[in-house]
Design a protein. Structure first.
Length: 307
């Protein structure tokens, strides 16, 4: 029970509210929590009594939170992360996670650098279980803060550097951007090309993805706006559309571990955007022996890829 002057909230009810906010309905929240819908409704009603004002508005297709509900749900989400972090810290003290290493990655590096490291780690330390979580930077950062993972691969570009305030960061290597075109494209025989040559091209871009910003920035720096012909949802889809001549596309080198036979890559020279591949952990979370061992392997493997 949280208490302040004249105010008290049941933390468990706050967490129920947070689940309703995440799921968008009482029924979905009840399934996630293994409660009955009526039990969830009762918890919300009691929390509204504690708050002294309505927290949700019920509709035929779900619920929406009032301003007070959104505010309290935000506090509840932070409490939930802190409780999960506390539980993991206690588990570490009790030795419940000995022999298991939880770490994070992101999809494109999981298809290139990561398998080499996992193979080497399992050969050297077969007694340690590896549990890998794949997400974007924001999700990985949340998992680091909640101690759900101990360390994580992440990335950044020069125009949006990772906030290293609370992190220990190892710069493993640079991942250069290249141009991907169909083997029948006029540029396919070229070793390199500059963005200034690409003003009349149609482009295939990842929808809702950092590479879309990379494309816009690069084209604008060369003096033109990109003409978007297709918005893909992954790099394989982008390759497929490039292969049939719908347009050309950009991709980091490490995103092209599975390059199609009917496309080819072209170097973009000094103007090629570069993302840093980083190994990160929270500064206030000292590494376990297994985390130290895998960090050494990441550094070792990255060195072989740079050479």
């Amino acid at each position: 029970m949280l208490k302040a002057v004249g105010v008290s909230f049941d933390v468990r009810r706050m967490l129920v509210l947070a689940e309703v906010a995440r799921r968008g309905s009482i029924t979905a929240a009840s399934i996630a929590l293994s409660y009955t819908p009526s039990a969830v409704s009762q918890q919300i009603s009691r929390l509204e009594a504690e708050a002294g004002q309505p927290l949700i508005e019920r509709h035929p297709r779900g619920v929406t939170l009032t301003e007070a509900g959104r505010t309290l749900a935000g506090h509840a989400a932070r409490i939930d992360r802190q409780l999960r972090a506390a539980r993991r810290s206690l588990d570490d003290i009790a030795g419940l996670h000995s022999g298991t290493l939880h770490f994070g990655t992101f999809p494109t590096i999981a298809a290139s650098l990561l398998p080499r490291v996992v193979r080497a780690f399992r050969t050297r330390h077969p007694q340690v279980e590896l549990v890998v979580h794949s997400d974007r930077n924001t999700g990985l950062m949340d998992m680091l803060e909640s101690r759900e993972i101990e360390l994580s691969l992440m990335w950044d570009y020069p125009w949006r550097r990772l906030d290293e305030t609370n992190l220990d960061v190892i710069h493993l290597l640079d991942d250069h951007t290249c141009l991907v075109v169909a083997t029948s494209h006029p540029l396919a025989a070229r070793h390199s090309a500059g963005f200034e040559e690409l003003a009349e091209e149609n482009w295939i871009v990842r929808a809702d993805h950092p590479v879309a910003e990379l494309l816009t920035r690069s084209c604008r720096a060369a003096g033109f706006e990109p003409k978007i012909a297709y918005r893909a949802h992954d790099y394989q889809e982008a390759q497929a559309m490039a292969a049939v001549g719908l347009g050309i596309t950009l991709a980091p080198r490490f995103a092209l571990a599975g390059l199609r036979d009917d496309v080819t890559t072209i170097d973009l020279g000094p103007a090629a955007p570069v993302r840093r591949i980083l190994l990160t952990r929270l500064r206030d979370n000292p590494p376990t022996p297994s985390a130290k061992a895998i960090a050494e392997l990441f550094i070792e493997t990255a060195g072989t890829l740079r050479s």
